[in-house]
Design a protein around this ligand. Structure first.
Ligand SMILES: [Zn+2]
Length: 462
């Protein structure tokens, strides 16, 4: 059992008014809202840090299942109630603490926003106190943890805040948000770049809706809809005991982005090659231009960016290919329910030698590999497929049939040329010849089951 989450972004349309976008006033409301929430967050951060003993209070909890009483850290919900009791004026309790009167400092502040701010701050303040306590007891002089700030917390980008789902009302291509106009709080409609793919993801069965977040960029604004799902999957040790287990192995490369082999009962039952469709060559041409421009303009100035559009293009292209390749891997996995996905542990090889553009291209290729690996794992897990990283030792050097050390070669104009960069593989012992990447992919299965002598075996214990 595990949890997985995903985000679907809904962009707010901030293009010019004539083109159907939100007007400038509405745009400034978003910034004003983000700002006032930051201030409110700061208020509660100060409040909680002024009451550390309450924040770390331990309370006795009665377990519903066993009936035992245990001591635990006070829950966030209880803290929320406690904080509201002391800071917010209500009819039953009209006088909050005079120096912490939130109702006075922030009149008409919406309750839901206040609660989301408090919850947010509880996590931050607790994290800070814990690290501070650890630091004080470690005896170190350096590395004193800094007080968290309301706006630059690492997991929350400036201007991020959460909304409760019922505060967002989807109507065709508009979204209604409660925003701060600078003086009051009001409901404002924002046009969105709504599309059917978005709705498809939102409505997909099995996913639970979490609170969405409003994320403001320099020129863009989007609502991130977070969904979570509980995944049921076997543990790897259990799977390994299953004699009918299907393993799907992936070998990631540069030209053949992924070579996917499926094995059951010791035989390969399916193979799929995913080519890069000329991406490597295409990217190389762009990077050659980048390298040339960098050479022409001399030493780069710190903080100055160059070739922005070109780099953005390369990045977009890479990410798109990574998604597509990961998708192809998961499509194969989906045919075999209960299978295990195998990857080689990625080696980090620093590209060296060759021209500058070649080095740049190698670097991009390495990043692409990492991205495919990451995305495929995530996409597979959503389908209940667990992935394993195996030891990459020797997968490309040894024969996948007999385990002997083999050679790489290429065919150039009908002639065999042996060399390290060869596309093909041949075994001098059993004379097996095949595509080198296919051989490596088959070896990933061997590596998972530790079948050959070149595999590091577990030492018998005891
Ligand atoms: Zn062999």
């Amino acid at each position: 059992m595990g949890q997985t989450a995903r985000t679907t972004k809904l962009l707010l349309d901030l293009s010019a008014r004539e083109q159907g976008g939100a007007n400038a006033g509405k745009r400034s409301h978003l910034e004003a809202t983000a700002k006032i929430l930051d201030v409110a967050r700061q208020f509660y951060l100060d409040f909680f840090l002024a009451h550390p003993e309450k924040l770390m209070e331990r309370v006795e909890v009665l377990s519903k299942t066993t009936g035992e009483v245990s001591e635990r850290l006070i829950s966030a919900d209880k803290l929320l109630t406690w904080a509201e009791f002391h800071t917010v004026a209500t009819t039953e309790h009209p006088d909050p603490l005079p120096q912490w009167n939130f109702s006075q400092a922030f009149p008409d502040f919406p309750n839901r926003y206040r609660r989301s701010v408090i919850k947010d701050v509880i996590g931050k303040a607790r994290g800070y106190l814990t690290t501070l306590w650890k630091w004080q007891h470690s005896g170190k002089k350096q590395g004193k943890p800094g007080i968290p700030t309301a706006s630059n917390h690492p997991t929350l980008y400036a201007g991020t805040y959460t909304l409760d789902l019922d505060e967002v009302d989807l109507r065709k291509s508009f979204v209604r948000l409660k925003v701060y106009t600078g003086s009051t709080w009001a409901w404002v409609q924002y046009p969105t770049r709504y599309n059917r793919y978005f709705e498809q993801r939102r409505a997909e069965a099995g996913w639970e809706q979490e609170s969405p977040q409003l994320v403001l960029g320099k020129r863009s604004a989007a609502i991130h809809f977070v969904q979570s799902k509980t995944i049921k999957a076997r543990k790897i040790v259990e799977s390994k005991r299953d004699p009918d287990l299907v393993t799907v192995a992936v070998d990631l490369n540069v030209k053949q982005l992924a070579v996917i082999t499926v094995r059951q009962h010791g035989t390969i039952i399916q193979t799929r090659f995913v080519s890069d469709r000329g991406l490597d060559q295409h990217r190389y041409r762009h990077l050659r231009r980048v390298a040339k421009k960098q050479w022409q303009s001399g030493k780069p100035v710190k903080g100055e960016r160059s070739n922005r559009q070109l780099w953005a293009h390369v990045r977009r292209h890479n990410l798109d290919t990574a998604h597509k390749t990961a998708r192809a891997i998961v499509e194969v996995c989906e045919q075999y329910p209960g299978c295990v996905l195998l990857f080689e542990r990625l080696r980090t090889i620093k590209p060296k030698g060759g021209s500058k553009s070649r080095r740049l291209n190698r670097k991009q290729a390495n990043q692409l590999k990492g991205k495919i690996n990451q995305l495929a794992k995530e996409k597979a897990y959503v389908k209940g497929v667990v992935s394993v990283e195996v030891n990459p030792h020797g997968t490309s050097q040894y024969c996948s049939r007999c385990g002997a050390k083999g050679m790489r070669f290429s065919l150039v104009a009908g002639q065999r040329v042996t060399g390290r960069g060869g596309k093909l593989f041949c075994c001098p012992v059993c004379h097996y010849e095949c595509h080198a990447d296919f051989n490596a992919s088959c070896n990933v299965h061997h590596s998972f089951f530790r079948e050959f002598h070149w595999q590091p075996r577990k030492k018998p214990s005891g």
